[in-house]
Write a protein that binds this ligand. Structure first.
Ligand SMILES: C[S@@+](CC[C@H](N)C(=O)[O-])C[C@H]1O[C@@H](n2cnc3c(N)ncnc32)[C@H](O)[C@@H]1O
Length: 269
């Protein structure tokens, strides 16, 4: 990927910045254990070369993980052209023949009806403003009997409205969500999955390892240096990341309680 100018870095989204500096290499909610749980619930092992779509694939590290683990055809989709470029580069470098990537908006996927055996998303379905519409898109592209799974963050009432609003404002400022997106409770999610029309709905909740990206020591050093350097020279980035970094301590304390968890929803078309 070509080197971006300071101005371009100031204009890209938070996830794109993370991808660009090499920080999109491991999952946020539940870490790799969460991804392994999702894969286990999808029961990919017994399927005959399934065609699988990952929505919100970012740099494609989970897409590649699944592609290397199973005999399957993987498609990764993300709204960001920059992240898709990084995903393609790394997969070409690894010479993976069973993976491809498409720039796509989850709200209107560029795939024909009934074309995937599995659709899953990790930390994406809760970011969109209309999750029912997005889940209906997942359903549309799934074959009859195809399986869906999403892994996302939820909150519960113990969070308190003041903290909720502060967190939401910071997520909006950092371009993580738009003003129309809500951070939902499990009960609200259950209704959303029902409304999207899936059968055999199951929702599993977990409370450990939320917001822990599992970086190696070398990655931690490299990422810290790149964040500090870019924030020092880039006002746009400081504006975007500054409030989030200030909020981190408070947020980490909130994570120690039971106000946040991650869930894995599974369903069948
Ligand atoms: C929180 S990241 C999760 C990525 C990855 N699963 C992870 O945990 O690192 C959300 C990803 O969803 C993508 N995204 C956000 N809205 C999207 C949409 N409407 N359609 C497709 N991708 C979207 C973002 O570009 C980002 O790569």
């Amino acid at each position: 990927m070509r080197k971006l100018s300071n101005e371009e870095i100031g204009n890209i989204g938070l996830y794109e910045f993370q991808g660009y500096i090499g920080a999109m290499t491991s999952p946020t909610f539940g870490g790799w254990k969460g991804v392994d749980r999702l894969i286990e619930l999808l029961d990919i092992k017994g399927m005959e070369r399934p065609r699988i779509l990952e929505v919100g694939c970012s740099t494609g590290y989970i897409t590649r993980y699944v592609a290397q683990k199973f005999d399957c055809e993987m498609v990764g989709a993300d709204i960001s052209e920059l992240l898709i470029e990084l995903a393609r580069e790394e997969s070409e470098r690894l010479n993976l023949a069973n993976v491809s990537f498409e720039r796509a908006n989850a709200e209107s996927l560029p795939f024909v009806d009934n074309s995937f055996d599995i659709v899953y998303g990790e930390a994406i379905t809760a970011l969109v403003s209309d999750p029912v519409m997005v889940l209906k898109e997942y359903r549309r592209v799934l074959k009859k009997g195809g399986k869906v799974a999403t892994l996302d963050l939820f909150t519960n009432e113990s969070l308190g409205s003041e903290f909720y609003q502060e967190m939401k404002n910071i997520m909006i400022m950092s371009n993580i969500i738009g003003p129309e997106t809500d951070i939902r409770t499990l009960k609200e999610w259950e209704n959303i999955f029902k409304e999207a029309g899936f059968n055999d709905i199951k929702i599993n909740d977990y409370y450990e390892d939320i917001f822990v990206r599992e970086y190696s020591f070398a990655e931690k050093i490299m990422i810290s240096i790149r964040v500090i350097y870019n924030m020092a020279i880039n006002r746009g980035l400081r504006r975007k990341l500054g409030p989030m970094l200030k909020f981190v301590k408070k947020f980490q304390n909130a994570l120690k309680g039971d106000s946040f968890g991650y869930f894995i929803f599974t369903g069948v078309k």
